[in-house]
Ligand binder design. Structure first.
Ligand SMILES: OC[C@H]1NNC[C@@H](O)[C@@H]1O
Length: 445
């Protein structure tokens, strides 16, 4: 039996736009994902977050579900436009009251709340002013964060500023496949800088707030990048991919500088980054959240964009997202972060897999693929802790099936099945298994 440290926080993670529904209820303003999903052609099957898992109304039952699973912690995000419909200015007290009730219910259930301040649903009104490409967003975000610290900081001790800033900028402003659907490298690289600046400003606001014994961090999607061959060209390509996917956010946050390799490569597209900005971005944090799903395997691809890399498909197995299942990558990533970035306190704030689940006539969901995926990744996390990594918790993505962005509801990540016709929740085999892992704080090796 492999035991995890005493007090290890086993949990699940979700995000507002993916589960809540009711995006415009009770005075909430439209987010960029409300607009993006309502724009034909952007989301599979024309799916939107209008209903999702109806969590805005079913939150009591969902907290009861978390209690049934025995979760120690629950990571969720606050919808910025529910609290500040215009992104700044007037507070929507009804919207804020939803999160007060949710936090109180979690605490009553003995579940530690982790709040993500931003999980992609920027108020549309701020996008109208340029969104993350407008440097002023750092101040707007810091003010929003300060409001939540003031209103919820007496009961919420764990705060995450941003979820996956790399995805926000790359997918939303460069690749154009996520909201706001822009394809503009200059805007995208500025968005990266402004996201990180906003993070730093929010950490400073947290330090100035009256949140007692609170801890604040950021969640980054990180994927170790491996060369497709041992050739010099492919080794260099893997370095470039690692710089763009990982060090682009890790280095400024922990070392106050951007990777020189990228500044050179992107040349005049690279945004101005005054020293004062970099010092703000590097404001010390209490923990790093890591979202791990898979690795990258890359080869040199002359002339292929700024990075001149191409992804090389691996034999698999793969999840329903087409992501290679590579649990060893989690161990290698954790040990690397520990060694290269000063041994920070870490949480795995997301890890999980989409598979094509079926609700059996018997009423069960035998998602053995997901159970095996999680078991193999838990083993790698335990291996990392044994190697000295300060890993203090693990949040499975996700508590329940939900709106998977441009894939809509076609991809199921939950350990709880959602029948979207009836909104019935059914704990999957992986959910029943996870409850035992949590109860024993460990697993068989
Ligand atoms: O793709 C699965 C998850 N990845 N990280 C961010 C979440 O919002 C996604 O659903």
């Amino acid at each position: 039996m492999l035991r995890f440290p005493e007090g290890f926080l086993w949990g699940c993670a979700t995000a507002a736009y993916q589960i809540e529904g009711s995006p415009l209820a009770d005075g909430a303003g439209p987010s960029i994902w409300h607009r993006f999903s309502h724009t034909p052609g952007n989301v599979e099957r024309g799916d939107t977050g209008d209903v999702a898992c109806d969590h805005y109304r079913r939150w009591r039952d969902d907290v009861a579900l978390m209690r049934e699973l025995g979760l120690k912690a629950y990571r969720f995000s606050v919808a910025w436009p529910r609290v500040l419909p215009d992104g700044r200015g007037a507070v929507n007290e009804t919207g804020l009251a939803f999160y007060h009730r949710l936090v109180d219910a979690l605490l009553e259930a003995g579940i530690v709340p982790f709040i993500t301040l931003y999980h992609w649903d920027l108020p549309g009104a701020l996008q109208d002013l340029g969104g993350w490409a407008n440097r002023d967003v750092a101040g707007w975000f810091a003010d929003y964060a300060a409001l939540l610290f003031d209103r919820l900081g007496d009961r919420v001790r764990h705060w995450i500023t941003l979820n996956e800033p790399w995805c926000v900028a790359h997918l939303g402003y460069i690749a154009g496949v996520h909201a706001p659907g822009m394809r503009d490298l200059w805007a995208g690289l500025r968005a990266v800088h402004h996201l990180l600046l906003a993070h730093g400003r929010a950490v400073q606001a947290f330090r100035a707030s009256n949140v007692k014994k609170g801890r604040i961090g950021i969640t980054l999607n990180l994927a170790p990048q491996y060369p497709a061959s041992r050739s010099e060209a492919d080794l260099a390509a893997a370095q470039r991919a690692d710089a763009y996917h990982n060090r682009l956010v890790l280095d400024p946050i922990f070392s106050g500088r951007y990777p020189e390799l990228l500044v050179r490569r992107f040349n005049d597209a690279w945004p101005d980054a005054p020293q004062a900005d970099l010092e703000t971005i590097a404001t010390p944090i209490d923990f790093l959240g890591i979202n791990y799903y898979s690795r990258g395997v890359v080869a040199h691809a002359p002339g292929a964009g700024f990075l001149e890399t191409r992804s090389v498909a691996q034999p698999g197995p793969h999840t329903a997202m087409g992501w290679e299942i590579y649990p060893e990558g989690l161990f290698e990533l954790l040990v690397r972060i520990h060694g290269e970035y000063g041994g920070p306190t870490l949480y795995i704030t997301e890890n999980g897999a989409a598979f094509d689940d079926r609700l059996e006539p018997s009423g069960g969901v035998h998602d053995t693929d997901r159970l095996d995926y999680l078991r193999r990744h838990f083993l790698q996390a335990h291996r990392a802790i044994e190697a000295g990594v300060r890993l203090q918790g693990y949040f499975v993505w996700s508590l329940m099936d939900n709106f998977e962005w441009a894939h809509g509801y076609s991809k199921r990540f939950g350990i709880v099945y959602v029948d979207y016709e009836t909104q019935r929740r059914v704990i999957k085999q992986s959910g029943h298994w996870y409850r035992e892992i949590i109860a024993r704080n460990g697993l068989e090796n």
